[in-house]
Design a protein around this ligand. Sequence first.
Ligand code: NAD
Length: 374
Amino acid sequence: MSTPHRVKVALPEANSRGYEVLVGSGLFGSLASILSRFCPAHRYAVVTDDHVAELYAVRLSRMLHGAGYRTDVFAFTAGEEQKTRETWTLVTDAMMEAGCGRDTALIAFGGGVPGDLGGFVAATYMRGLPFVQVPTSLLAMIDASVGGKTGVDTPAGKNLVGAFHQPNCVIIDPELLSTLPEEHLRAGLAEAVKHGAIADAEYLAWIEQEADTLLAGDAQALSRLIVRSVEIKAEIVARDEKEVGPRKLLNFGHTIAHAIEALSGYSLLHGEAVAVGMVEEARIGERSGVTAPGTSARLRTILSRLGLPTSLPIDFSADDVIGRTRTDKKARNGRVEYALIQDVGTPVSREGRWGHPVADETVAEVLAGANGNR
Ligand code: NAD
């Protein structure tokens, strides 16, 4: 195992403790000793999905049992459509039946779905358990596992029920990506493009340059990507843990993304929806005079290079998408807010506010005829 890279998430609020994100090849094999240091407990509840469980649960349980920890695995059916209150009920009931008490710590193990759902179980079970994030998808490694947003979707929209609950630490082993299906690797890269778009133009250029290497699953390139994305996310979360200010930037592309993800019945992957969302929100910014002309075209080029979609699915109407954006958490006083950028790598705030209210008519003009390939 190489020496892990450590990124500190320094939280600003007085009653919040900071934590570390550890990134290193082979870290998964040292899980027991990392847990004993960062999240000691008498027993561990592993919340995961059935794909990840099939690949890794036996090894994980053996490691923890071998270190003397009682460990129970709670695996639910994989997929965004399972990130619901119903699954939260199933998992928490199963934990009660297994006798998990307040001496239990939780391991949210998997992609962003087990990460968000497991984190929400940790936030709520017996009024809160300590937990660690052990992400296994690229998207979860570079984004979902860091920052303490947990929650579930509801029929009205994504992530509408949840809590901020920070993990004790995040343990990232890029070797786990060797089993990740390629479409999910691509989807994860969309969030890396977002990090470059909102904070670091050089990083974005590097992603573009290394597109083939990254898509081929090169371990070194992926490790570098994970560390840079985690640094960007950690820096933003440290400025604004509860998303009242600059953390809104991380929602770039997500107002449209959440709408089309839900409209697709979650057949569109989150990262794919974010790719389309970033292009459309850059166009909204351009139309509003906030974003430099050409920004959406630049993003489209990079995202296409990564094999990601860049335009609305053919059967989605602008009205349907706008209707869905109204239930987004980012709506304020009935007006939908967008996180916008001035140019790639440069975010933009308006009188210190990071959410830009945009009239539905402007969004409609942009989305009209935005379907299919442009
Ligand atoms: P996911 O958890 O459904 O994982 C995608 C698929 O990959 C699943 O089928 C999963 O079983 C499989 N998988 C994961 N790791 C694997 C591995 N190592 N080997 C083989 N298969 C593996 O989805 P995701 O794309 O990881 O995450 C999307 C979710 O993350 C969305 O719900 C989104 O809202 C959420 N998210 C949350 C935050 C946050 O800050 N909390 C940020 C971004 C995204």
